[in-house]
Design a protein around this ligand. Structure first.
Ligand SMILES: [Zn+2]
Length: 412
């Protein structure tokens, strides 16, 4: 948001965002009282009258709050279901079971953290619009309804050159959120882009790891196994050393300045790795192995100190997110598949494996592979077998690749 936004406009925004947050909380409280997870809009809408009476918001804003509350409860439900599944599998009385009990996902709007913050809601055609303007101050404004009926307001934005370019390229501006952070307002815009997406020419299994940041097997007419290095660790090491040195000598003010630097550097390298992979795998449908529960299992006191230390600096989701984004820009699709057992079984025969050295596996029937290659192939097979029950026509190239994997499996 532009720094020249007037006090009057800011106070209108303050009141609007506070009222919307209140509405979301009221919806959430009503849903919580009913004890039923809303499945559709209709399930939330039955509380709309109560919320409208209490907040005095117009129907556009009420719908906005409905959408947010619905989304929050749905994602809570998903998390909770996952958690229950894990709890069911865990043996009672073990440490792991105890850990899980403490980690029950909390209901929307119930934690102290969420009570202190405003909940952003999504503005769309009903309540606001991002407009490209040619004003002296800015090239971009958001036009929004206010709490007063029939009264609207223009808020100037402060887009960077990059933002302006992205807005121009967008096929459609879908919606935006007004997010307040440390007393300042930001507008997050959701744009829709269109890129041509030809049928994939092959499939890729991707394993993201600690030692080798990215390994992938690409299957089309043949097999290619590639590993990509990001160089992140080498670049972060001096920075990490410096941070721990400064900690020892208690130079807090310098440390404060360095706080974001580490993250920025790490993010930059993650993005570069994602770009490199997207380039290599252009045209390939990719499956990324998702180590969903790895952090849960590496809890404190499980005896694996080194493993846990290494995990701490590992940002799987960020890396995966960047890859999905970079590939989407090229028109390629990516799917996450569960990574359980992909590194402890042989991809050819499914037997258990041993690791005489870190980088190689030998299975019980004598197959020998590079450990990461084996992981990638398992991810690939799992991904393809899951596609089997969907099989849209555009993905027939994938079935071809799947057949090639099977041939390699049986033939040699
Ligand atoms: Zn084997």
């Amino acid at each position: 948001m532009h720094y020249l936004t007037t006090e009057r406009k800011l106070s209108i925004l303050d009141r609007l965002t506070a009222r919307l947050t209140y509405a979301v909380r009221l919806f959430s409280a009503e849903i919580g009282k009913s004890g039923q997870i809303p499945r559709t809009r209709r399930d939330v809408r039955r509380y709309s009258r109560v919320v409208r009476e209490k907040t005095g918001l117009s129907s556009g804003f009420i719908q906005q709050a409905e959408d947010k509350a619905l989304w929050m409860w749905r994602s809570y439900d998903e998390l909770h279901r996952e958690w229950r599944k894990m709890l069911y599998r865990a043996k009672q009385g073990t440490r792991w079971h105890g850990k899980l009990l403490k980690r029950e996902p909390s209901k929307p709007c119930s934690s102290i953290h969420s009570k202190l913050k405003k909940t952003p809601t999504r503005f769309d055609v009903r309540t606001g619009e991002v407009q490209i303007a040619s004003l002296a101050l800015t090239g971009c404004v958001v036009h929004i309804s206010t709490l007063k009926k029939g009264e609207t307001m223009d808020v100037l934005l402060n887009p960077s050159e990059w933002h302006e370019k992205m807005l121009e390229k967008a096929e459609k501006i879908r919606s935006f959120e007004i997010v307040s952070n440390n007393g300042r307002y930001f507008v997050h815009v959701l744009c829709e882009y269109r890129v041509p997406s030809p049928p994939p020419r092959g499939v890729a299994g991707v394993d993201l790891g600690l030692k080798r940041p990215l390994s992938a097997v690409l299957v089309d007419e043949g097999f290619h196994f590639t590993t990509l290095q990001s160089g992140k660790e080498e670049h972060l090491r001096p920075l990490n050393d410096r941070v721990s040195h400064l900690r020892r000598i208690e130079k807090w003010s310098v440390l404060k300045k360095l706080r974001h630097k580490r993250r920025n550097v790490a993010e930059q390298y993650d993005r570069m790795l994602a770009k490199a992979f997207a380039g290599v795998s252009k045209g390939y449908y990719a499956f990324i192995g998702h180590p969903r529960y790895i952090r849960y299992h590496k809890f404190r006191g499980n005896g694996d100190r080194v493993g846990r230390r290494m995990l701490q600096g590992w940002s799987f989701l960020r890396q995966a997110g960047y890859i999905i984004h970079e590939k989407a820009k090229l028109g390629d699709e990516v799917e996450m598949v569960n990574e359980w057992w992909t590194s402890s079984r042989c991809w050819r025969c499914g037997a258990g494996v041993e690791r005489p050295v870190q980088s190689r596996i030998i299975c019980e029937t004598g197959h020998q592979y590079d450990a990461d290659f084996n992981g990638c192939m398992n991810i690939l097979r799992r991904g393809i077998s899951r596609l089997g029950d969907k099989t849209p026509a555009s993905l027939c190239a994938l079935n071809g690749a799947g057949a090639r994997v099977d041939r390699a499996l049986n033939g040699g």
